[in-house]
Design a protein around this ligand. Structure first.
Ligand SMILES: CC(C)(COP(=O)(O)OP(=O)(O)OC[C@H]1O[C@@H](n2cnc3c(N)ncnc32)[C@H](O)[C@@H]1OP(=O)(O)O)[C@@H](O)C(=O)NCCC(=O)NCCS
Length: 143
């Protein structure tokens, strides 16, 4: 596996307001294998998240990351996210920032597909494997 992402539906019990919002899906556990970072995999994972959320008629994505992670925050800005607020999550010793991205087009039908083939320009064919609809791994397909 070269990358992973987890997508969540609204959570009424969340301390983060954006995660309670019924029109917002949230992104968690985004990570790309360090050996392959910078090749477009993270961007592909965000594109997948956007398609996942649009297909379920959400209007935006939200995520949080440590305020001090300026490189990651800049990376999210480059992928269409904007700063919503700074939060202090109970149990975390550091401040976090909540970022949101508006999803332009909701006219996508829900496919229900657990698998979807795609390609990342510099890496070739990829395959998504979904464990439980919202936790997704991205695998490189041997060619
Ligand atoms: C942040 C992360 C998901 C980005 O994924 P990626 O596959 O490396 O990103 P992409 O290849 O799609 O994007 C390429 C861009 O990211 C930049 N980049 C490369 N490695 C990066 C890194 N470690 N952190 C931030 N940006 C990085 C490249 O310079 C390039 O910039 P450009 O768009 O201005 O040209 C990935 O670096 C990662 O998993 N980091 C560690 C875990 C993490 O921080 N997760 C998010 C926590 S909220």
């Amino acid at each position: 596996m070269i990358g992973t992402i987890t997508l969540e539906h609204p959570d009424r019990s969340s301390s983060i307001e954006a995660y309670r919002d019924l029109a917002t899906a949230s992104v968690h556990q985004l990570a790309v294998d360090p050996a392959i970072q910078g090749a477009g995999v993270g961007g592909a994972l965000i594109a997948y998240a956007s398609a996942w959320a649009r297909a379920r008629r959400y209007e935006r994505l939200a995520l949080d990351t440590p305020q001090g992670a300026s490189r990651e925050v800049a990376w999210y800005f480059g992928r269409g996210f904007d700063l919503l607020q700074t939060v202090h999550v109970l149990g975390r010793r550091y401040a976090s920032v909540v970022l949101t991205k508006e999803l332009a087009d909701f006219a996508v039908r829900r496919t229900g597909q657990a698998r979807m083939d795609m390609s990342v320009p510099r890496l070739g064919k990829m395959q998504w494997v979904s464990a439980n609809d919202s936790s997704v791994g991205l695998y490189r397909v041997a060619t």
